[in-house]
Design a protein around this ligand. Sequence first.
Ligand code: 13P
Ligand code: SF4
Length: 328
Amino acid sequence: MNAAARHAQRYERVARLMPLAEWDAHFEAIAAVEALKRERNAVVLAHNYQRPEIFHGIADFQGDSLELARQAARSTADVIVMCGVRFMAETAKLLAPGKTVLLPDLEAGCSLAESITPGDIRALRARHPCVPVVCYVNTSAAVKSECDACCTSSNAQLVVESFGAPEVIFVPDEYLAAHVAAHTSVRIIPWQGHCEVHERFTGQEVREYREASRAYVLAHPECPRDVQDAADYVGSTSGMIAALGRERPERAMLITECSMADNISGAFPDTEFLRPCNLCPHMQRITLAAVRASLESLRPAIEIPDSVAVGARRAVERMLDLGRPRGP
Ligand code: 13P
Ligand code: SF4
């Protein structure tokens, strides 16, 4: 199938979001990225919050943080383009150290990753000696290198309980920590980091919208506790997709980043997706133009010094090992 036919076929996935003329305006950039991918032997990984033209136009794999990390670890490409934020690109580099990992805009950060430093982890350890430290994947590689294990929103409880310890330090997301604490007997020692996108939702607005629309409500665990309490389902971005697949609701409200509902609406033609939602300014920095420039120049490439990479990789691999089937 040639590029034009492929482009026309993909329109089905975004037809609910944009007129054909808008999709066609992306054709030249999408075709250029596809050609560069072949030339560079590159793979494009896209988080569920990416713009629809990236998610449906150029991504080879889409998913939540855990799925993208797994894809990076098993990729055979020479170049990985992370259409996501910096901590995701760093995680990919930790798992695929021999590959070129591109983050098309280095300014694509994360308020959670900014909320804690390696020094903070050392201070927590001094205050709570012998207590294991679990860090959310939304942290810098330098912070990961100080922690015992990393987790994502889809395996946080599993990772916390894997230590068999009575208490665990869990950083940096206070609300994800509260979500885990509500589902485990392990005492959680939290940090006060927040996601600037999810902390803006309130329980009252969710209850009001829900009352007015009778929608099925799905919230990300980075939302405040009262928002989680007002939701029918709380889980990672891919967990939300799976829950929608099971429930097939007539109306759904995804209390998370706006692109998420846009990206999946084509797969759920019988579901009406309602607001509220908030945009992540960091995810939005990744554009087709930035991906194209990055594949042309092979920059900006992520580099992690060995002094950080060894410990950070251990923390990420401990998490991935928990999800692997055990041998006989
Ligand atoms: P997921 O792992 O659920 O995709 O979440 C990543 C993220 O940054 C949510 O804000
Ligand atoms: Fe970070 Fe929040 Fe953006 Fe996710 S949505 S990347 S947690 S700022």
